[in-house]
Design a protein around this ligand. Structure first.
Ligand code: AMP
Length: 367
């Protein structure tokens, strides 16, 4: 079959790399002419809402999926009239808007930070009075990697923060005093079968994911899976979905969800029986899902800004290097490395080394 992927960044690229051994072909749509998945498959270079490009994508493929959820809903609906589209357009609509996402979580009884929708300075003042400080003001749409959000430490910040973000629909969230950030990556097939990966424990730097570790925590695994199941059933979801949580005490508090393969699941390429990329494809193609069991301990470190020397990374035992084929640029994810092995002590030692290399890259040093 030929699979269409909306978005031709590293996520689309890794989906295709997982799909070639399954005999699948791929066509990408992306507004950037140099989008990195274009190096490994045909790229339709056009805006996401270009009707002629959408028609071409539909015509050249049997099923279309997304590596990027912020595609205009009329474009997704147009595609869905012409070709099989997974996940369903309604799902993307919800996942594009932090308010709709939180309302869905609330409807399903899933805990979230307290929040209020904010559309004016007056509403921001009232919401901040109600929620207290600190609080985070976020754009409802198009926020990623910590962009489109500002912290309010006290009443004196309200006006300045409004001046930075105001003018688009916003949401104010109470600040969650969390112990850890966890995420659950789950797959659901066309026939409703589900498979969940072990939770990932995630660390961010400057709002960008830096480290994800597979986390064998029976306390939270069942709770995370129950949440994913409720969300996926409600959305009649097909494909891979990631839900990000804050762990606070004994509770999992849902932060947001991504209707696609997720950065915190990259360790599954070498660290799980079947990667999130392959399972996303199996799900949308109507194939049986593969086992999500971890192969020992696994962790992933992102390289942001530039890549370290490939020989330095590949010299480390049980380490795998992923170069996305992107030009270096400050704040840009350009690759990652995974450590996957059965010895937790070795994994921790190597992880420390990889984090040091990643830090040096972000500081712009050559390794
Ligand atoms: P987000 O774009 O919602 O994933 O937020 C980016 C990062 O900001 C998260 O990974 C957290 O580290 C932090 N963050 C977001 N929302 C909250 C919150 N309500 N309370 C505390 N930290 C938060």
């Amino acid at each position: 079959m030929t699979v269409g992927i909306v978005g031709a960044g590293q996520l689309g690229r890794m989906v295709a790399l997982a799909g070639y051994p399954l005999g699948q072909r791929f066509v990408f749509l992306d507004p950037a002419a140099d989008a990195c998945a274009g190096q490994i498959g045909p790229l339709i270079n056009a805006p996401y809402d270009d009707e002629a490009a959408l028609a071409e994508l539909a015509q050249r493929t049997e099923v279309v999926t997304f590596e990027f959820e912020n595609v205009p809903s009329h474009a997704v609906e147009s595609l869905a009239r012409q070709v099989l589209v997974y996940p369903l357009p309604d799902t993307l609509e919800i996942a594009q808007d932090r308010l709709h996402e939180k309302q869905l979580f609330g409807e399903l009884g899933i805990a979230t930070a307290s929040y209020e929708a904010v559309d004016s300075l007056e509403e921001l003042r009232t919401a901040a009075d109600n929620l207290g400080y600190p609080a985070l003001l976020k754009t409802r749409r198009l926020g990623y990697d910590g962009k489109g959000q500002s912290l309010l430490r006290g009443a004196s910040d309200v006006e300045a923060v409004w001046n930075t973000l105001g003018g688009v629909p916003l949401i104010l969230e109470a600040f969650v005093d969390f112990e850890r950030e966890l995420s659950l990556v789950a797959a659901r097939s066309r026939d409703g079968t589900m498979a969940c990966y072990p939770l990932s424990e995630n660390e961010h730097r400057g709002g960008i994911l830096r480290v994800s570790k597979s986390c064998h925590d029976v306390r939270f695994q069942a709770a995370g899976e129950a949440i994913a199941e409720a969300v996926m059933r409600r959305l009649d979801y097909v494909g891979v979905l990631a839900i990000e949580f804050f762990q606070s005490g004994e509770e999992l508090i849902a932060n947001e969800m991504a209707p696609r393969v997720h950065n915190s699941g990259h360790w599954t390429i070498e660290g799980a029986e079947t990667s999130q990329f392959e399972n996303h494809l199996r799900a949308i193609l109507g194939l049986p899902l593969g086992s999500t069991a971890a192969r020992g301990c696994a962790a992933m470190v992102n390289f942001v800004g530039r890549l370290p020397d490939i020989a330095t990374v590949t010299a480390l035992p049980h380490v795998h290097f992923h170069d996305y084929g992107k030009a270096p640029r400050a704040g840009r994810k350009v690759g990652h490395a995974t450590i996957a092995c059965t010895d937790p002590k070795h994994a921790d030692e190597v992880l420390t080394r990889l984090v040091a290399l990643s830090d040096a890259c972000s500081r712009g040093e050559l390794e």
